[in-house]
Design a binder for this molecule. Structure first.
Ligand SMILES: [Fe+2]
Ligand SMILES: [Fe+2]
Length: 172
């Protein structure tokens, strides 16, 4: 277990992310997110793992004191909306950018218990598109990491990133 004020190593970050991914694979519908594409050729599953790693690396790099376990859980569930937002269908996903944090939050709440930090991460990760800003450091970091990862994925700069580096996590 990482103590809050310790700065984790890359190996410790890898272990924490792997632990939470394996837990969510068993206890939730997280594996279902492999079926939905996020940006480019990256699935929602890969995107969320990438955001979790990036959030941890930002916190460690800038020595920000965070609850790593809650930040990882929130990051992995931040896009837990469980549909393909590229498919127009009945146009119910038309405002996906604005509405999916609430949908992800309700899905996550249905499957697991969430603490305040995890709720805040999921609900506020689309700031400033959604107007209410994050309230916790962990939520700010995931909000930033999400934008970094989305940009990389859209520009196809993902093959050197953590989720690919730790591909064994994705395949579990
Ligand atoms: Fe999102
Ligand atoms: Fe995202």
């Amino acid at each position: 277990m990482i103590k809050p004020k310790n700065i984790p190593t890359s190996e410790e970050i890898n272990q924490m992310v792997s632990t939470v991914v394996e837990e969510l694979n068993i206890t939730t519908r997280f594996l279902e997110t492999k079926e939905y594409m996020q940006h480019g050729h990256i699935s929602v599953y890969e995107h969320c793992i990438e955001v979790a790693y990036t959030s941890c690396y930002l916190a460690a790099r800038f020595k920000i004191d965070v609850d790593y376990w809650s930040m990882i859980r929130g990051a992995l569930l931040h896009d837990y909306f469980l549909y393909d937002w590229h498919i127009a269908g009945d146009n119910s996903h038309h405002f996906h950018g604005f509405t999916h944090p609430k949908r992800a939050f309700l899905n996550a709440l249905h499957d697991v218990d969430l603490n305040f930090v995890e709720c805040n991460i999921i609900l506020r990760h689309m700031f400033p598109l959604t107007f209410v800003p994050p309230m916790r450091r962990e939520a700010w970091l995931v909000c930033l990491a999400d934008k970094i990862c989305a940009t990389k994925e859209t520009l196809h700069f993902t093959h050197t990133d953590a989720a690919v580096k730790y591909g064994s996590v994705r395949e579990s």
